[in-house]
Design a binder for this molecule. Structure first.
Ligand code: NAD
Length: 246
């Protein structure tokens, strides 16, 4: 039986890519899914297709994030799985990226979505999830949260920060049945990296691309296994907590 079966599952960034693949998997496995996303076209369309709810949510705004959590809890009888997955990346996040000028608004937006989003999500959901048997928080970090890539410094900073957040939170929750883990994908075939695909071999960070369904599979595995505080690296041929050990 699916680890999502009968569970109330909230997925931010669930309208596309990794979030959409996980929403499909959770719904197919008998989960009751709420997609929280800014995309008011793809989000409701996917929700209708898989029998989920859509809640228009900007994760960088705490009140909107809390409203999404409350909507999921009210419609689905609480919250069992919070997947803080929404994230953005873009060319102007590099500090010295091919002469692109420093864009303060873009910097603040990247931090708001990639870091504030999960922090808001956790704060909104913790009162509902603490002490709940079988409950899980997942946060999408990145391979760029484990290794320092040669550009996209701000993106890497937010993704490193998420791993610290998750590891610390897991220690805080050590005596609680609620688990918290980070997923650190390498390259995943989603709209986010479509512009990078032609040059991925030159980027020197692995060079291979996995399907979003593989990341969704890992999300379910983490929910099922009940470990906490891990940062799971998932790339071609690798799916394990980092740092690796025997
Ligand atoms: P994607 O662009 O396909 O999906 C991102 C989703 O987030 C979209 O539906 C978008 O509408 C939504 N979103 C953007 N800003 C939002 C906001 N403020 N509030 C709510 N939703 C918002 O990208 P993806 O590749 O599926 O990315 C998902 C996560 O995986 C991100 O955190 C990303 O950083 C991470 N990641 C992706 C890759 C990759 O290679 N694709 C690698 C490592 C990590």
């Amino acid at each position: 039986m699916s680890a999502f079966h009968g569970k109330s599952v909230l997925i931010t960034g669930g309208a596309s890519g990794i979030g959409a693949a996980t929403a499909r998997r959770a719904a197919a496995g008998g989960g009751r899914v709420l997609i929280a996303d800014t995309d008011e076209q793809a989000g409701p369309a996917l929700a209708e297709e898989i029998g989920a709810l859509f809640h228009r949510t900007d994760v960088g705004d705490f009140d909107q994030m809390k409203a999404a959590v409350d909507a999921a809890a009210e419609a689905h009888g609480g919250l069992d799985v919070l997947f803080c997955n929404a994230g953005i990346a873009g060319p102007s996040e590099g500090l010295i990226d091919q002469g692109i000028p420093y864009d303060l608004d873009r910097y603040r937006k990247t931090v708001a979505v990639n870091l504030d989003g999960p922090v808001h999500g956790v704060h909104a959901a913790l009162p509902l999830m603490r002490g709940r048997q079988g409950a899980s928080i997942l946060v999408t970090s990145s391979m760029a949260g484990l290794f320092a890539p040669p550009s996209g410094e701000v993106y890497a900073a937010t993704k490193h920060a998420l791993i610290g957040f998750v590891r610390s939170l897991a220690l805080t929750l050590a005596d609680d049945p609620l688990t918290v883990n980070a997923i650190c994908p390498g390259y995943v075939d989603t709209p986010m990296i479509a512009p990078l695909l032609p040059m991925i071999g030159e980027l020197g960070l692995g060079g291979t691309v996995v399907a979003p369904e593989k990341v969704a599979e890992l999300a379910e595995r983490i929910v099922a296994e009940r470990g906490s505080g891990d940062a799971w690296l998932i790339a071609e041929g690798v799916c394990a907590p980092f740092p690796f050990h025997d």
